[in-house]
Design a protein around this ligand. Structure first.
Ligand code: NDP
Length: 373
């Protein structure tokens, strides 16, 4: 196949195949059209999602995305902040019977409107609420990082298996056309094998009192928050599982980052000999996924944002219609539940990332010594 035609043919077809109707409406029409078609839609045949933890991500990304989904809708909320209840009920038409707090959360088991519980809490609470949701017989989407340790991830998978519910991790980029294209060229190898990956994601974190800087709630710093995107990126860009890592941490503000990592650079070694060179930081902005292939390069930059991604494969610019990653992600999970398949971003994906995270922290402790994954 000619290289030029590869990108054009495959990117468009792949985007159309993986898009939902809601996304197509967004892509080829106006956001207003997409929203009005939602309003006309009945909730029949859609799965009900309850968001747990109404913070930034739930408020500004997930709830608005649920207005554009084809296979699921916002059916309930779980919050520890009383004042948020009335606002959310009014804004999203949520009945009082579908509003829970952290104490009465387990009663969600008796609520037939709720099919999926979406855990959007601080990292240290992911395992507890995923396991409680599974015991309540609900399918679960859990935000990244899946848990604070491999042990927690294993317990979460076991709880979902034991209760015969599905588990998915909030890895939205698997549903973004730019990243789908990267996965495609890794699999089809039109430019040969991927031999090198450079993945970087960092931002300058503000408020020093936030939970992301507390070891007990976050379980780690930049690595746990945005470094996992680089681990993910390196894994799907190579299509391999790393065998070893070497990692070093750099701290410029030991007061602010007393409990968590600030900036970390690391290398991942893959069985084929491919290597990934990665950086994550809470001190500066960086946002890039670069592939060195046998016969060319590919790059997405910015790479991990919710929108505005850009990139190229060799000299060919990648260009895809606007879409909402979170709507595609949640619709995909709802379809998987309806059709009986398995989520492509299952608990196993989160677990594999945490294995790398644990190896990275070990390597940091050993001052950059190579640690097997
Ligand atoms: P926020 O701090 O904005 O929100 C967290 C919410 O959790 C709070 O608003 C609160 O909701 C609830 N909560 C319960 N207990 C606590 C506690 N002890 N301290 C603080 N909050 C508490 O965080 P984000 O929304 O930014 O992040 C939530 C999760 O989502 C994280 O795991 C994060 O990694 C992930 N995330 C994923 C993104 C992605 O792109 N996939 C992007 C952003 C975040 P309430 O008042 O309703 O109880």
């Amino acid at each position: 196949m000619k290289r030029d035609s590869f990108l054009l043919q495959h990117s468009r077809r792949q985007f159309i195949q993986r898009s939902t109707l809601g996304l197509s409406a967004l892509a080829f029409g106006s956001p207003l059209l997409a929203r009005s078609s939602y309003i006309k839609n009945s909730k029949e045949n859609k799965l009900g999602i309850a968001l747990v933890g109404l913070g930034n991500y739930a408020t500004n990304q997930l709830a608005p995305s649920l207005l554009e989904t084809e296979h699921c809708y916002l059916a309930g909320i779980v919050t520890g902040t009383k004042e948020k209840e009335a606002k959310w009920m009014e804004q999203y038409g949520i009945p009082a019977g579908n509003v829970y707090n952290y104490e009465n959360f387990d009663e969600i088991a008796n609520n037939k409107d709720i099919d999926i519980v979406y855990v959007v809490l601080p990292n240290s609470m992911h395992a507890e609420y995923t396991i409680r949701a599974a015991k309540a017989g609900k399918h679960v989407i859990c935000e990244k990082p899946m848990g604070l340790s491999v042990k927690e991830c294993e317990a979460m998978i076991a709880a979902c298996d034991a209760n015969k519910v599905k588990l998915s991790i909030g890895y939205r980029l698997h549903f973004d056309p730019y990243h789908m294209e990267i996965i495609k060229i890794q699999k089809e190898k039109p430019f040969g094998a991927v031999k090198y990956v450079n993945a970087e994601f960092g931002f300058r974190i503000g408020d020093p009192t936030q939970w992301r800087l507390r070891g007990d709630l976050a379980g780690g710093g930049a690595i746990m928050d945005v470094g996992v995107y680089c681990i993910q990126g390196a894994r799907y860009a190579t299509g391999e599982e790393p065998i070893a890592v070497t990692a070093r941490e750099f701290k410029t503000d030991p007061v602010k980052f007393a409990e968590v990592d600030e900036t970390v650079t690391w290398e991942m070694e893959f069985p084929s000999g491919a290597i990934a060179n990665c950086t994550t930081s809470y001190a500066f902005s960086t946002n890039r996924l670069h592939l060195g292939m046998e016969k060319g390069t590919a790059e997405v930059q910015p790479s991990y944002s919710y929108s505005g991604l850009a990139g190229h494969i060799n000299r060919k610019t990648m260009s895809f219609p606007k879409m909402r990653q979170q709507a595609a992600q949640m619709d995909n999970f709802a379809q998987v539940i309806k059709t009986g398949g398995e989520s492509e971003v299952s608990g196993q994906e989160g677990l594999l990332d945490l294995k790398v995270v644990e190896a990275m922290y070990k390597s940091i402790k050993k001052k950059g010594k190579r640690v097997k994954v």
